[in-house]
Design a binder for this molecule. Structure first.
Ligand code: S3P
Length: 171
């Protein structure tokens, strides 16, 4: 297998953590979530970081954590919805491993995510969220592979394993 890392990108509530854990288990690799690592480093939850330090600080720190984690091997890395939509982060991830986009339609996003208070961006209006998703998809779509977030998790794991076995330029 030539790929050393898999990065999962996608909008909030697309199931990156669930898929990432199942994939890491199948590969016998480690699973890392950039948000969880950042929370540990800062000693604060994501909403607290947004409240106390501001979104700009959060965006800077999540990218720094990603850069650091990207040097590890045999890791599945889950990224926050904003990080995977950052073109610089996308370029970095594509140079370091296989990037997988978990695609989510807006209705399913609302069903899954509407009542969640742990995601500061959910304070936005429905119209703003639709626009945000549309904008972010321009970057997510640059991923090596896109998968349906509503598909069976094990099926998605199999597809990633297959993609991992193929050679991707630069991996
Ligand atoms: C964010 C998504 C969250 C988290 C933060 C900001 C975003 O991660 O990074 O609340 O900008 O979409 P998930 O995508 O895991 O919800």
């Amino acid at each position: 297998m030539r790929c050393k890392r898999v990065f999962l990108v996608g909008f909030m509530c697309s199931g990156k953590s669930t898929l990432g854990k199942a994939l890491a288990e199948a590969l016998d690799w480690s699973f890392l979530d950039v948000d969880r690592v950042l929370e540990e480093r800062e000693g604060m939850s994501i909403p607290e970081i947004f409240e106390r330090r501001g979104e700009e600080y959060f965006r800077k720190r999540e990218f720094e954590v990603l850069k650091e984690l990207s040097n590890l091997e045999k890791v599945v890395i889950s990224t926050g919805g904003g990080l995977g939509a950052n073109i610089k982060a996308m370029e970095l991830m594509k140079s370091k491993g296989l990037v997988v986009w978990l695609k989510l339609d807006f209705e399913t996003f609302l069903e899954r995510c509407a009542e969640d208070s742990s995601r500061p961006l959910l304070r936005k209006s429905k119209e703003e969220l639709i626009e945000l998703m549309k904008e972010r998809e321009k970057v997510y779509s640059l991923s090596h592979l896109s998968l349906d977030s509503k598909a069976d998790c094990e099926e998605n794991v199999k597809k990633i394993l297959l993609a991992c076995q193929k050679s991707y330029k630069g991996l």
